[in-house]
Design a binder for this molecule. Structure first.
Ligand SMILES: [Fe+2]
Ligand SMILES: [Fe+2]
Length: 144
C-alpha cells in the first residue's frame, strides 16, 4: 500500500469511529470504549503523519505554510481530545464537543486528501514516498 492508501485507510477508520460514538449518545460505557479506540488511532495517526509525511513536506519552502496550518489543526484537535478524555463534562456537553471535533477532523482530512496529497505528489520523489510509507508504519507501530 502506498503512503496515500495508508493515510486514507486511517482516515476512514477514524471517521467511522466518530460516527459510531456520535450515534450512541446515551450509551455511556459503549461510547467511552469506542472513544478510547478512537484516541489510540488518531494519536498514532497524527504522530506518524507529523514525524514523517509532514516533516518531509515542510522541507519545501513553497508549501511550508500549508503544512504548518495542518499541523496546528492537529494541535487544535488534540486540545479538544484532552478535554473529552477527562470525562468530567455533563453528557450533553461531551456529546456537543465531540461533534465539533468530528467537524474539525472531517475538514482537516478533506484538505489533506484534496490539497496536501497532490502537493506531496508534486514535491516528493517516488523514492521519498516509499521511505515515508515505511517510516510512517514504524512510527505508528512504536506509538501504539
Ligand atoms: Fe491524516
Ligand atoms: Fe492530519
Amino acid at each position: 500500500m502506498s503512503i496515500f492508501d495508508l493515510l486514507k485507510q486511517d482516515h476512514r477508520k477514524v471517521e467511522s469511529l466518530l460516527d459510531e460514538i456520535i450515534d450512541h449518545p446515551t450509551a455511556h460505557q459503549k461510547q467511552q470504549k469506542l472513544f478510547q479506540t478512537f484516541c489510540k488511532e488518531i494519536k498514532a495517526h497524527n504522530q506518524g503523519e507529523d514525524a514523517t509525511f509532514y516533516e518531509a513536506l515542510k522541507q519545501h519552502k513553497k508549501i511550508k505554510d500549508i503544512i504548518l496550518k495542518a499541523d496546528e489543526e492537529h494541535h487544535a484537535a488534540e486540545t479538544i481530545i484532552e478535554q473529552l478524555e477527562k470525562d468530567d463534562l455533563p453528557a450533553e456537553k461531551w456529546n456537543a464537543k465531540i461533534k465539533v471535533l468530528r467537524d474539525m477532523i472531517l475538514n482537516h482530512v478533506k484538505s489533506e486528501e484534496k490539497e496536501i496529497f497532490s502537493l506531496a505528489k508534486k514535491y516528493l520523489e517516488k523514492d521519498d514516498l516509499k521511505s515515508i510509507q515505511e517510516q510512517f508504519q514504524n512510527e505508528k507501530e512504536n506509538y501504539m
